[in-house]
Design a protein around this ligand. Sequence first.
Ligand code: FAD
Length: 316
Amino acid sequence: MKVTEHLKAAKDTLFSFEILPPLKGKSIQSIYDGIDPLMEFKPRFVNVTYHREEFIYKERENGLLEKIAIRKRPGTVGICAAIMNKYQVDAVPHLICGGFSKEETENALIDLQFLGIDNVLALRGDSIKTESTFRPHKFGHRFAVELIEQVVEINKGNYMMDDVQLEPTDFCIGTAGYPEKHFEAMNLTTDLQFLKAKVDAGAEYIVTQMFFDNEKYFSFVKACREIGITVPIIPGLKPIKTLEHITFLPKFFKIDYPEALSSELLKCKDNKQVEQLGIEWGIQQSKELKEAGVPCIHYYTMSNSTMVKAIAKEIF
Ligand code: FAD
């Protein structure tokens, strides 16, 4: 079932979450261990992130450098199929532009359709560590909007390969939104215009980047509505877990902590105290969002379900 159908059918705020594919070498059980504790809150869908390969340069005996691709986490197609099969819950693979030619994207979509997966979250992806800015695949997409357009074309039966007869797909397409602006955007206005372009191209709902100040989400939704974005906007929440997160999350995700939170974080002496505060803050944020009638709250587990479970127990 499509994410939008779940949202339409819901009588109350839904619970959903995102998991990371396990590091290579771990078994599928490590995925299940992350999902099992959260199934009691009846998620209607579970997202699976996509992680690009990175490249390193190794010096050969002759002194020349060899470019080696390192893939730390497996792709999403098989994991999504396994999740759907085990839990009878919809899995939403993240589909990114980075590292993919259009043809490879088409093949991935054909695999997903074959496995009965009818949702995708269409993203651009970030630059890899060896690039200072995002560089698209030579035969790929520069922006998420182009990826969305490709999925829409395949939904109409317009494939790149014309040597085989393929049925139109029926993917429900989600996209990303940034209440505090995407870090590369010139300003919030242009970022919102490009977000609207993604919706106009065929994205049917938006999942936001994490935020810690609900006011940022509420004003983002208001600004979206003012420029004519009418699709559901699902807030994404991440509980802060460690002392390291205090500086890592703002640095990596380009988000701010509200002062009420930063003043409490400054008092934390160890990870345990941060974790406790993270849970309390997550509960408070979730309660307010639920009271405001958001369609769903989406939690970033980052492969750790303990904190999300502690929050969900109070909310769902
Ligand atoms: P886009 O919508 O393409 O936007 C990228 C930037 O370009 C923005 O600044 C935008 O304003 C600008 N822009 C857009 N269109 C145009 C245009 N036509 N001309 C000029 N500028 C334009 N990354 C992963 O690698 N794997 C994941 O699984 C993953 N999951 C995510 C899930 C969520 C919910 C979110 C919020 C992010 C996720 N990301 C993931 C990170 C995401 O890939 C990065 O934030 C990336 O830098 C931008 O992706 P996007 O889809 O928002 O890009």
